[in-house]
Design a protein around this ligand. Structure first.
Ligand SMILES: Nc1nc2c(ncn2[C@@H]2O[C@H](COP(=O)(O)OP(=O)(O)OP(=O)(O)O)[C@@H](O)[C@H]2O)c(=O)[nH]1
Length: 376
């Protein structure tokens, strides 16, 4: 019995078995006996073409949610997810402090101070918070854990709100944002994610590759530009970053883009040559657009905790930083650093990096952060 592997129909064995076929069909078999294979290849090519023509998902679509309610619950869920490790360590510390007591007393508060310090809130900040809670405990008493958490939330919010400042927009576009910071904190990645976020908000953006120092930084930013669907202005590796910036700002003006994001090379505040280079970039920016740069974001790696704070303190003074982007919040139990930044640097955290993907950047929200940190 004739049978076929691959489920193909068996070929007719004799002339008589063959159904009546058109001239064209017979001719086709004559010139291309294995045309089924050719057809398969052709079909495969067609499919590949169709696939290539599928629009890549744009930032707008990536962030798009069905309605505002979902949007905000999505945002809260992502913030909550980002601070999971900090919440778990903070909550288990607080729970163990409160395990044996119903009324919160001075000894409990001393232990709570140690818990706050381990989440990298900072010694000074932790002491200040505990001093306020102690006064309250003496005056009115603190009735157990839930009350203590409620009061703690209020204290944290008070600190965060004291530096919450509206992000200034440029009088006339483009708004110019410079990303600065020490090596490897996530400046290039964040520049790319920011471009995508702006696009999702229907603002046009242009990336400027002014990190001409690190090998492959320009190529890395080019990949981000492609992903986020924005243009990039660059020079060659080893080139003058101020020249790239000059070209980018002129291009931004000519193309009437809303925001130009400048990725700069990683540097330590102690490298005076590199800090002078930043000054030169600022002066160049101001020549093209008088009040530029409008924002200078210090990109800080949350996993470095209190060590990063010392660098940030000195960087902030030298580079006229206006806000902090805190990256890698997803990988740390040291999320308390957000509070230390507000209290000790007097600067708002403006965005948080919560992963390595394009959509893993969220605008910082103090209420969402505190709720996520001290929730269950
Ligand atoms: N988990 C996580 N990883 C991140 C985040 N942001 C950046 N990264 C990773 O951090 C690493 C360094 O990021 P880059 O953007 O190259 O850092 P950079 O500051 O430009 O580096 P230099 O130019 O050398 O100073 C990369 O592997 C990124 O994927 C974040 O929010 N979460």
């Amino acid at each position: 019995m004739a049978f076929s592997l691959f489920g193909k129909k068996p070929k007719p064995t004799s002339e008589e078995d063959q159904p009546k076929r058109s001239f064209f069909e017979r001719m086709r078999d004559a010139v291309a006996p294995d045309l089924s294979l050719a057809e398969e290849v052709e079909r495969e090519e067609e499919l590949q073409q169709e696939e290539e023509q599928q629009p890549v998902s744009l930032p707008e679509e990536m962030y798009e949610q069905d309605n505002e309610e979902e949007n905000s619950s999505g945002f809260f869920a992502r913030m909550r997810q980002a601070v999971t490790r900090t919440r778990e360590s903070l909550n288990s510390g607080i729970d163990s402090v409160l395990a044996l007591t119903r009324e919160v007393d001075t000894a409990t508060l001393d232990e709570l101070e140690a818990v706050l310090i381990t989440s990298d809130i900072g010694v000074d900040t932790a002491q200040e918070i505990i001093a306020t809670l102690r006064q309250r405990a003496l005056r009115e008493g603190i009735d157990g854990g839930p009350e203590l958490k409620r009061l703690l939330k209020l204290e944290l919010l008070k600190i965060l709100n004291s530096v919450r400042s509206p992000v200034a927009r440029a009088a006339t576009p483009p708004e110019v944002i410079m990303m600065v910071g020490v090596n490897g904190t996530g400046k290039t990645t964040t520049s790319g994610k920011l471009a995508a976020l702006f696009r999702a908000q229907h603002r046009t953006a242009l990336l400027c590759a002014a990190d001409t120092f690190r090998a492959a930084a320009i190529e890395q930013l080019e990949v981000w530009a492609q992903r986020s669907g924005v243009d990039i202005v660059k020079t060659k590796q080893g080139g003058d970053p101020s020249a790239a910036l000059y070209d980018a700002l002129n291009a931004g003006k000519a193309r009437k883009v809303d925001v130009v994001i400048i990725d700069t090379a990683g540097r330590l505040h102690t490298k005076s040559g590199l800090m002078t280079e930043l000054d030169k970039m600022r002066r160049t920016a101001a020549k093209v657009i008088p009040d530029a740069p409008h924002q200078t974001f210090l990109v800080m790696d949350a996993t470095t905790g209190q060590n990063g704070m010392q660098q940030a303190r000195l960087f902030t003074e030298a580079a006229q930083v206006t806000g902090i982007v805190l990256t890698k919040l997803d990988g740390t139990a040291k999320g308390g650093i957000v509070i230390a930044i507000a209290r000790e640097l007097g600067l708002p955290v403006v965005y948080c990096g919560i992963g390595e993907k394009m959509e893993d950047l969220i605008a910082f929200d103090a209420d969402a952060f505190v709720d996520s940190l001290l929730g269950d």
